[in-house]
Design a protein around this ligand. Structure first.
Ligand SMILES: Cc1cc2nc3c(=O)[nH]c(=O)nc-3n(C[C@H](O)[C@H](O)[C@H](O)COP(=O)(O)O)c2cc1C
Ligand SMILES: [Mn+2]
Length: 500
């Protein structure tokens, strides 16, 4: 955290800072949780960089508050979450986040009684998850979703490692919520470790957490390390936690709401459908484990966080998800020793995680092909992603227009494209039909770099001479243009290039 800026410990601290930059819109008019909350969020999301919405008057939930799409498409709100100053480029933030992800700080345990989330504790008969506002977002949704922008906490029964992941929860009744998780995710592997021992799996879901915990929950970190440690590393200080007397789980002390209970292998519910991050309803509703809630902890006047899944730009699987994924892939490529990586991006336009772009300074024959193969299958990049594009370092991977231009001018489809088959995907991919073939996916790898073996004969780019660019910049106002001249960073390399 930079000097003079208050440390963020909870959602309230984060909101205070986001409020200062004018990116929280308070909605005090009465709004219905049934479709209206979601529709307003979808329409607000159409403005790229628009505010997060704090609903303060939800019909049927007196005093209830709900924060919809904390991140959306705002780079500023990601910057605040990763404790950075505003004003940097997406690639600069991605690199900063990648570096911060390399640090790990274990959480700090405090007494349960000192945890703000324990201001109110409802146990057993008193449990009623319906006291908190939860939206039905889309017309075909199977029910009200209380958990979307959440952190679900599970533990490996054997190693004891505590996991945090973002998983959806549909309300079934006052004391039960669905627990949908895709195959291969840590929460699925964790719950199976308990079930294998013949025990119920302890599970907690946090609504209204520090958005940094939401970011780390939504990122694919190594399976044997707790996300608490990565969150601490990014935070620059340990995350405050306490040990639950109900499930034994390690829970975030400063959350707004935590539900906790147990999940059983032989107890399932009809869950979904749910309008998902792809912009489509996922698989038809199906048998899903659920959480039997034993305890609900909450602050006074808590805020529920919610994520709308939609087509871009209204998708909460947007800038945050894209940047966290890109940062993780960058670190994975570094760890594998791939040289010359200039930038990694996962365009939020591509359903958050559908595409990866890596820019490299090509150093040797096969470098580009190697980069795209590893970016496609490393832990940070393998899930769902269908298109992996590698571009040269004069192309900004965060600028889709530049990426597409590189694809059409530098790749040769017959030579530059590889297909990977039967890869890690999801039941939520609408293109996998009939649905029985899910969750296997495939990936298209596109080498959109200038062919390394033909670099010497590759047509030079039309580039400005640096001196002429600077001259025009200096005369910009005199020439009658308003505002600043465009920023251009790549120039004609030959000083004495003959013009005319
Ligand atoms: C808003 C949002 C909602 C998500 N919902 C789900 C979900 O319902 N099921 C799922 O399997 N993954 C979901 N994900 C993706 C996982 O959170 C993500 O893959 C994460 O890395 C899982 O972490 P883990 O494997 O450490 O538990 C969601 C991600 C976001 C950003
Ligand atoms: Mn994990």
């Amino acid at each position: 955290m930079s000097k003079g800026t208050k440390q963020i410990n909870c959602l309230g601290d984060w909101l205070e800072q986001v409020e200062k930059i004018g990116e929280v819109k308070h909605i005090t008019a009465p709004v219905d949780s049934d479709l209206e909350l979601g529709s307003i969020t979808y329409m607000n999301g159409k403005t790229v960089g628009g505010p997060t919405l704090l609903f303060e008057n939800i019909k049927g939930y007196p005093g209830g508050r709900l924060l919809f799409n904390p991140y959306g498409t705002s780079l500023n709100r990601v910057a605040i979450s990763i404790r950075e100053e505003l004003g940097k480029t997406p690639i600069e933030y991605t690199k900063i986040l990648a570096d911060k992800m390399k640090k790990r700080i274990p959480p700090k345990f405090i007494e349960a009684k000192d945890a703000p989330v324990n201001q109110n504790i409802d146990r057993d008969d008193k449990v009623n998850v319906n006291k908190f506002p939860a939206p039905t977002m889309w017309p075909r949704d199977g029910g009200k979703y209380i958990g979307t922008a959440d952190s679900v906490i599970t533990q490996d029964a054997v190693s004891g490692r505590v996991n945090m992941g973002t998983y959806r929860q549909m309300i079934l009744n006052d004391k039960q919520v669905g627990f949908y998780a895709s195959p291969g995710k840590d929460a699925v592997l964790d719950r199976e470790t308990w079930w294998k021992q013949g025990k119920p799996a302890p599970v907690a879901a946090v609504y209204g957490q520090d958005p940094l915990l939401f970011l780390t929950s939504a990122t694919s970190f190594p399976k044997d390390v707790s996300e608490y440690e990565f969150a601490g590393g990014i935070n620059g200080a340990p995350i405050e936690v306490f040990k639950s007397d109900v499930t034994g789980l390690t829970l975030p002390a400063n959350a707004e709401i935590i539900i906790e209970g147990f999940s059983y292998p032989d107890k399932t519910c009809e869950e979904g459908p749910f309008g998902e991050f792809t912009g489509y309803y996922g698989r038809p509703g199906g048998a899903t484990p659920y959480i039997d809630i034993k305890c609900i902890r909450y602050r006074n006047k808590p805020i529920v966080t919610s994520a709308l899944m939609a087509d871009y730009p209204s998708n909460e699987c947007g800038t945050m998800w894209a940047m966290a994924k890109a940062a993780k892939i960058w670190n994975d490529l570094d760890a594998l020793g791939v040289p010359g990586i200039k930038g990694v991006w996962s365009p939020p336009e591509a359903a958050g995680w559908g595409m990866t772009v890596v820019s490299i300074e090509q150093r040797y024959a096969g470098h580009a092909a190697q980069t795209m193969a590893l970016a496609a299958q490393c832990m940070g990049g393998a899930y769902f992603t269908k298109y992996v594009v590698v571009v040269d370092d004069d192309v900004d991977p965060t600028n889709l227009a530049e990426v597409i231009w590189a694809m059409v001018t530098r790749s040769r489809p017959a030579q530059s494209i590889e297909i990977l088959r039967e890869t890690w995907s999801t039941y939520l991919d609408p293109s996998l039909n009939p649905p029985e073939i899910r969750p296997w996916g495939s990936k298209c790898l596109i080498n959109a770099c200038k062919e390394f073996k033909n670099l010497k004969v590759f047509s030079p780019r039309n580039l400005l001479k640096k001196e002429m660019y600077e001259q025009v910049c200096a005369r910009w106002a005199e020439l009658g243009f308003e505002g600043k001249p465009p920023v251009i960073t790549t120039f004609e390399p030959f000083k004495d290039a003959h013009i005319g």
